[in-house]
Design a protein around this ligand. Structure first.
Ligand SMILES: [Cu+2]
Length: 449
């Protein structure tokens, strides 16, 4: 790239500067999300990046902040040259609010509007994005965070939000618009060459020594995965995909695949030192994502680990009453099952378009209020973060069930078991969140009766 990261510090932490971004707080009124083409100055050069699509002319979309248990009312205006919708990733919404065209609502045509209205039951870090031509719409910039704050304040000094995205840019800073590229689609997806935090390349932060920061991480990339290492800092994992976990010190890199979120608590080091955040996912191509420099008056260091976040009010659902179901993922370059028309498959079938489930039977069904075990087998050579709408899941490790999630990352050739918990009836999507895998068939649907 012909431009460099600015080495200017641009943000300081203050208790009041919640989330570090001027978000839109929802009150009684309707909030507007206007999806439209945009040219935005997101690089440290004079020229804007053209050919982006953005909500409210911002890349990423405005962070929406709402209190747990309150009602969201969002009016989507479609000023794009094609249909769109909004999907509220990880939020337990009624089926009609899930944003899947032809399945839960009609696609919103150019010039039209749609009103989303639902209550947010769970606190945590979530996000929103379209579910029509998702590989292109998210790829061009349509994605934003949805932060649901706990009913009572939690014990941290600052609350930061980092929405991670990437873009593929040429040497002059122009967007490479090869969104449907078959080679990308048959391999690891469209991985960008520039990584943004909150739409910016200013990735040097500062904070007061020994403050504790809640860092909300959202992987809103089309394909890029992260394995984040927090160097020279005490760091604890606090939540995954919005839901609290048993607090644990982070010793291994934290893996985040597209669609996934994590809340971590970072302790800023002593004055003059810096906390470095490195991404190790692609091995040799590791890089420093960000640094947080300790600066300003020091706080007194607290020894104890942070207390766990309060549990979300998930209904209590027991062990499955029906036999486990097998889902096999196949396809990709050089696989025997893949064809040009059906590059990626679930149980031998490729779903051709996001509204195209009509010709396909449901992969499985389960009654509301029950659980179901899925044996997942990734027969491919690629990673697939599998996202389930409308339910929550736990992955089996040994004989334990892991934390509550909505997106499970399958390693190449991995076999694993997840338990789904259903409480909202309807037809729901399941798909890979590597968006060009999804576009080329790795999606399907299931029914909660
Ligand atoms: Cu995939």
């Amino acid at each position: 790239m012909s431009f460099n990261r600015r080495d200017v510090l641009q943000r300081s932490v203050a208790l009041g500067a919640a989330l570090g971004l001027p978000g839109l707080a929802l009150a009684e009124d309707w909030l507007t999300l206007r999806a439209a083409p945009a040219a935005l100055k997101i690089l440290p050069i004079d020229k804007p990046v053209e050919a982006l699509w953005a909500y409210n002319n911002r890349y990423p979309g405005p962070p929406l902040t709402v209190r747990q248990g309150s009602e969201m009312r969002v009016r989507l205006h479609n000023d794009l040259p094609q249909d769109t919708t909004v999907h509220w990733h990880g939020i337990r919404v009624p089926n009609a609010m899930d944003g899947v065209p032809g399945m839960t609502q009609a696609a919103v045509a150019p010039g039209q509007q749609f009103e989303y209205r639902f209550t947010v039951p769970d606190a945590g870090t979530f996000w929103y994005h379209p579910h029509v031509n998702t590989y292109e719409q998210v790829g061009r910039g349509l994605a934003g965070a949805l932060v649901v704050q706990e009913r009572d304040p939690v014990d941290v000094d600052a609350d930061w939000l980092w929405v991670l995205t990437d873009q593929r840019l040429d040497r002059t800073g122009r967007l490479v618009e090869s969104f449907g590229d078959l080679h990308d689609s048959a391999h690891a997806g469209r991985i960008g060459n520039v990584v943004f935090i909150n739409g910016s390349l200013d990735q040097d932060f500062k904070a007061q020594p020994f403050t504790r920061i809640r860092l909300r991480l959202v992987a809103a990339t089309s394909a890029r995965m992260f394995a984040l290492r927090f160097v020279s800092a005490r760091a604890w994992l606090w939540a995954l995909d919005g839901h609290p976990v048993a607090v644990q010190a982070l010793s291994e890199p934290l893996t985040l695949a597209p669609g996934q979120r994590a809340d971590v608590v970072l302790e800023v080091p002593a004055s003059g030192e810096a906390l470095r955040i490195q991404d190790m996912f692609y091995g040799d191509r590791g890089y420093e994502l960000a640094s947080i420099k300790a600066q300003g008056p020091s706080r007194k260091q607290v020894q104890a680990a942070p207390k766990a976040l309060p549990d979300n009010p998930l209904p209590s659902i027991g062990a499955p009453r029906q036999a486990a179901v097998q889902l096999t993922l196949q396809g990709g370059a050089m696989s025997r099952e893949a064809t040009r028309e059906a590059l990626w498959l679930i149980n031998g079938k490729a779903m051709k378009s996001e509204g195209g489930h009509g010709h396909m039977p449901a992969l499985f069904s389960l009654p509301a209020g029950q659980s179901l075990d899925l044996h997942l087998q990734n027969q491919t050579m690629w990673h697939h973060p599998l996202h389930f709408h409308g339910v929550w899941l736990r992955q089996k490790t040994g004989d334990q069930w892991g934390p509550v999630r909505d997106t499970v990352l399958l390693q190449p050739r991995e076999k694993t078991t997840v338990r789904l918990f259903a409480d909202q009836p309807g037809h729901w999507m399941v798909h890979c969140h590597v968006l060009s895998h999804q576009a080329h068939g790795m999606m399907g649907h299931f029914e909660v009766t």
